[in-house]
Design a protein around this ligand. Sequence first.
Ligand code: LMR
Length: 352
Amino acid sequence: MSHHIQLKSVCLTISRKRQYMSLTADEIIPKPKPYYDSYASHMLMFTFPYLFQPLVLLLLDITPMLPVLEGVVMELQDCALPLLREVIPTDKVDVAFKDLDAAILVGSMPRREGMERKDLLKANVAIFKSQGEALDKYAKKTVKVLVVGNPANTNCLIAAKSAPSIPKENFSCLTRLDHNRACFQVALRCGISANSVKNMIIWGNHSSTQYPDIHHCKVNVQGKDVTAFDAVKDDAWLKGEFISTVQQRGAAVIKARKLSSAMSAAKAICDHMRDIWTGTTEGEFFSMGVYSTGNPYGVPEDLIYSFPVSIKDKTWKIVDGLAINDFSRAKMDATAAELVEERDTAVSFLGV
Ligand code: LMR
C-alpha cells in the first residue's frame, strides 16, 4: 500500500433522499419530486480533495442514480486533482463502508421552505439508524463520521447509538457552517478578512436555537487582537441582529435558493474534516457538534451538542474554563432544551 494514502476511503452518501422518500414519503411529503442537488454534490466533491491528503473517494447512491453518479465521477477525474487517487461509485453499502476511514453523511430527508426541521425527525431516524448499523458492520472502528444531513445533531446521535462498536467520540455533526457564517458577519462589520476572526463559538443545535457566542472571540484589527465588542463597537448589534442573522441563515439561503446551502456547506465540511486530520493551532478552537457526556459546561448528557473544541491526534477536546455569563447561559440552555426534546422524540422512533 502506498505510504501516503493514509485516508484510504471516504464515503459520501449522496442524494439518498429519494431512497428514503420512498420509505416514508406518505407521512412527510405527499408527492415528493425526484430530486438531485447536483450543485451540492459537485461542490462537495470539487472542494473536498483540495484540502486533504491523498485519498480514495467512495460515492454511495441509490441504484437509479448510478448513471448520474458516473457523470460526477467523470467530472472529478477531469479536475485532475493532485490528491485524488481514485473515485469508486457504488450502490452497495458494504462496498461503500468497508474499512472506511471517514464517512460524510450528507443525505437526509430534506427540509423545504417553511418546514420545521423536527417534522422530519421520524424519517431521518430510519435513515441514520440504518447508516449507523452499516458503519458498525463494515467500517473501521477508528472511522470518523461527520453528519451533515438535518437535523444534523440528532441524526448524528441516532447514527452513533446505532453503531455500538464505534466510540461515540468518533461521531460529530457539522456546525462549522454556522461558525463560518458568524466569523464572516463580524469580519464584514469590521471591514477585515474572515480569518482575522478567531475563537468564535456556536453552542448547541444546528437550528435556529443555536447560540453564536462572541464573548471569547478574538478579532485581529491592524495587527492587534481585540475583543469582538471592541472591534465591532456595537454591542446592540452583537447581542441582537448578529445572533439572529446567523441563527436564521440556513432558512434564508433556502428561501432564496429554493434549496439548502451547498457551496458553503461543502467548504465547512472541508474545514471540519481537515481540522480533525491535521489538528487545530495551539490556543485556537472551532465549533463542532460532539457527544456531550462529561462536558464541563453543564449541558445535559447524551446529546450531540456544538461546543468549542481543539483537536490533536484526531481527537477533539472541549475547550474548558471559558466564562459563561447569564446572557450566554440562558441561550445555551434554550438550545440544549430543544436538543433534549429532539433526542427524546427520535429515540422513541428507534424501536418503530
Ligand atoms: C443550513 O444551515 O444551511 C442548512 O442546514 C439548512 C437546512 O435546514 O437545510
